[in-house]
Design a protein around this ligand. Sequence first.
Ligand SMILES: *Cc1c(COP(=O)(O)O)cnc(C)c1O
Length: 235
Amino acid sequence: MSAEDSIAARLARVRGQIADAARAVGRCPDGVRLLPVSKTVPAERLREAIAAGVRRFGENKVQEAREKAEALADADPAWVIIGHLQTNKVKYVARFAAEAQSIDRLEVAEALDRRLQREGRGIDVMLQVNTSGEASKYGVDPAHAQGLLSEVARYDSLRMRGLMTLAVFSEDRERVRACFRGLRELRDRLQQTAPEGVALEELSMGMSGDYDLAIAEGSTEVRIGSAIFGARPTP
Ligand SMILES: *Cc1c(COP(=O)(O)O)cnc(C)c1O
């Protein structure tokens, strides 16, 4: 991939690679959505992606997402929060986000619902699950997912769509794949006991370096940043 490639060219290539990865495992390419992850990318560059047909962006920091939502209000894309949520930030999320994939504890769901009720809005949500068992990763422990799901399902403003995870960061592809498989199997188990009206259709898993494995394990949404927008500055 050359640095001069336009965002449109990279998007087209990534879309093609996602479709190839789906076909390679006998899945329909339409069953895997692309969520472009725009963290650290300035709002003005996102206009290129919008011009190339992008209508949703994933962001991991509420403050950054908020600023971009304001800067791009005229284009009005949907904002998807994929990073750790603090309860003191949910009031902003309730104002501008279309979706939050990082619900990992009751406290956050409760605070978000309260703010959404006040705004008269509802949003799509997913439970973030810690499938790698690493202490450095956020997400509910798989053993506690069923309890959290039944609590979160009670909040009218939160439309439960599925599960999200980040795989272990490892060169060992089998260990990475095991995280994705674990999320799918957890979803299948949760579906047996899910509260009424909760379908858990979505599995948000797979990033630039591992989306092929995630798609092989049933991902319905891959979150791709650097393969579209280029390498991010390392913190
Ligand atoms: C940054 C990020 C991504 C995208 O990562 P890339 O490796 O750049 O594709 C996906 N999911 C989450 C939660 C992220 O923070």
